[in-house]
Design a binder for this molecule. Structure first.
Ligand code: MG
Length: 344
């Protein structure tokens, strides 16, 4: 048996593959409240959260950023959606022999830029040069720390209900929680598509950005019960994971989902579902209903002008259901695999 592309493409196939081969061996491993099998964005130990991610994006430099920006922002975002402040990073480079040093320097400059924005430090790393046709592959691990913003958020959530977790978990939704998306979706995926030689007049760049920089302000308002960054598999994947792990359904309104008209049109033209396209600077969150408007205002004030309440968690059903702009209801299934290879 051979590993297939879709086994690592971030969707349903990958989940099944990981369950069969990895979780069967290590799934119950845990040091704190989160086990490997929980497949949350990070796991915890001794009051820290820890995560790791490999980046294989092709091309490695693209409109809006590079594999270096992805390596810092992507890893930082998996920490930030736990409510953790990104703190310490590793950087491991696997580079094809012959790769241009000028490109490598541009990538490392992006790493430095975003680390400094986050006030986080790169403290360990590794580098290998290989003959294989890989371009550049980057692996980043990150450690996140508890902070006053997370504490404030959990305090507010607990004014409304029991919340048995020390971090913000993707399984924390309850019926009635508002679902907020922090900004326009699908832009990273579309930007990478455009880099692959589509002759299409569309001025869009990757949204790659460290969400911690605006999440802090939303946490200070408080009431956030669940979070994910909708990367591979997009909004559809993030919503389905949150619903399934929380044991609730989610109802969303198509017209409230923030997306640029031209980006939507591009997806339609290529037969791609914008709900499954990757984002690299966005958050989807559940918020206690009474706090949702205030959290939304905080996101707007922190520069996330397109943030929107797109729906609610419900106990009426267990799927993600969308009310379409023509008034029908349809199930939004979890994507089987990301439609674009090497997107992040
Ligand atoms: Mg994530």
């Amino acid at each position: 048996m051979m590993v297939r592309r879709e086994d690592g493409a971030g969707g349903k196939f990958m989940h099944e593959f990981l369950k069969r081969h990895v979780m069967s061996r290590f799934g119950e491993c845990r040091l704190g409240e989160i086990s490997l099998a929980d497949m949350d964005d990070s796991s915890d130990f001794d009051g820290f959260v820890f995560t790791t991610d490999s980046y294989v994006v092709d091309p490695p430099i693209f409109r809006g950023g590079s594999i270096g920006s992805l390596a810092v922002c992507g890893t930082a975002n998996d920490l930030a959606v736990m409510g953790a402040q990104p703190y310490a990073f590793s950087l491991s480079l696997i580079i094809q022999e012959g790769f241009e040093v000028e490109k490598l320097e541009r990538i490392l400059d992006d790493v430095k830029f975003w680390l400094s924005k986050l006030d986080a430090k790169l403290i360990t790393g590794d580098m290998k040069v290989v003959e294989a046709n890989v371009g550049i592959i980057v692996n980043t691990s990150g450690v996140g720390v508890k902070n006053e913003h997370l504490a404030k958020n959990l305090e507010v959530v607990r004014e409304f209900r029991d919340y048995p977790f020390g971090w913000i978990r993707d399984c924390g939704l309850k019926e009635g929680d508002a679902i907020i998306v922090s900004g326009n979706i699908a832009e990273h995926g579309v930007a990478i598509m455009l880099e692959r030689g589509f002759d299409f007049e569309l001025d869009v760049k990757s949204d790659v950005y460290p969400v911690w920089l605006f999440l802090k302000d939303a946490l200070d308002v408080g009431g956030i019960t669940a979070m994910k960054d909708p990367t591979r598999g997009g909004l559809a994947n993030a919503l389905n994971e949150m619903a399934e792990k929380s044991g609730v359904g989610i109802i969303i309104e198509e017209e409230r989902i923030p997306i640029r008209e031209d980006v939507k049109g591009f997806c339609e033209l290529l037969g791609l579902d914008p709900l499954s396209m990757a984002n690299e600077g966005k958050v989807v969150m559940g918020v206690v209903e009474d706090m949702a408007e205030d959290v939304l205002k905080a996101l707007h004030k922190a520069g996330q002008k397109e943030a929107e309440i797109i729906g609610y968690a419900t106990s009426e059903f267990e799927e993600v259901v969308m009310e379409t702009s023509i008034g029908t209801r349809k199930v939004v299934p979890p994507p089987m695999a990301d439609p674009i290879p090497r997107v992040c």
